[in-house]
Design a protein around this ligand. Structure first.
Ligand code: KIV
Length: 279
């Protein structure tokens, strides 16, 4: 059965943790779906891990639609949440509504995710009023990396911690069905989780959140440009993949690949006739 906003709500009520992973393509989404993940996030982290940008600012609506649609085709049960990219919603409530609508219609998303707290509440309200579920995202919001001056833990001072709590309450009030907490001290995230009715999904926000999300290339050891402290590597696919690529190259050079069994047959008499026609 397809997971929905109700799954997230029910999980929080029942004390069941929700799981979310990023994906950007059909095959990976299908594997995650088969594994039973609650939701798949088509994150704008695709700018880093798929497109090789140093941040997420250059990611476009077309990128999100292209990758979102591929993931949606692979996700039978997992809810598909697609990130709204930089400047697709900050500019106006109207832009936010139009672009959220495009992600639903063209990428077949089940929900959209927006970075920001109180300042984006008008957008969250307008989008949810249009019947589109919104996941909020507060704490370290990578689209504001230039304003933060780098990838830093958020909410460590009293003033900033209070601001984060206010942001969490505001996005809930505006209609968000869940909120991602990124790089937030564990005790602060636990407090926010305890006072919100909507679920919190943590990434670098401790174990008390209602769910967790990770970028899959981090979890599988496929991305080495930088590895945040909150990442746990569940496999070292990077090493396995590099080894397989090296073996492939080596076998082409040595003639070990391809073998006869990897080729296709043609009748000898047809081959004779082909050759004869060129003699
Ligand atoms: O883009 C992304 O992958 C994200 C997660 C890090 C939460 O927003």
């Amino acid at each position: 059965m397809k997971n929905t906003v109700l799954t997230f709500q029910q999980n929080k009520k029942d004390g069941i943790k929700s799981s979310m992973l990023t994906a950007y393509d059909y095959s990976t989404a299908k594997l995650m779906d088969e594994a039973g993940v609650t939701a798949i996030l088509v994150g704008d982290s695709l700018g880093n891990v798929m497109l090789g940008y140093e941040d997420t600012l250059s990611v476009t609506m077309e990128d999100m639609i292209h990758h979102g649609a591929a993931v949606a085709r692979g996700a039978k049960n997992a809810m598909v949440v697609v990130d709204m990219p930089f400047m697709s919603y900050q500019t106006s409530v109207y832009d936010a509504l139009v672009n959220a609508g495009r992600l639903m219609k063209e990428a077949r998303a089940n929900a959209v995710k927006i970075e920001g707290g109180e300042e984006v509440c008008p957008q969250i309200k307008a989008i949810t009023d249009a019947g589109i579920p919104v996941m909020a995202h507060i704490g370290l919001t990578p689209q504001s990396i230039n304003a933060f001056g780098g990838f830093k833990v958020q909410g460590r001072t009293e003033q900033r911690a209070v601001k984060l709590v206010k942001d969490a309450l505001a996005v809930q009030e505006a209609g968000a069905f869940a909120v991602t907490l990124e790089c937030v001290p564990s005790k602060l995230a636990a407090y926010i989780t305890s006072i919100l009715d909507i679920p919190t999904i943590g990434i670098g926000a401790g174990a008390e959140c209602d769910g967790q999300v990770l970028v899959y290339q981090d979890l599988l050891g496929m991305f080495s440009d930088f590895t945040p402290k909150f990442v746990k590597k569940y496999a070292d696919l990077g090493t396995i993949m590099r080894g397989a690529f090296e073996a492939y190259i080596e076998e082409i050079n040595s003639g070990a690949f391809p073998e006869a069994k990897h080729g296709y047959e043609i009748a000898d008499e047809i081959m004779e006739k082909v050759k004869a026609s060129f003699e």
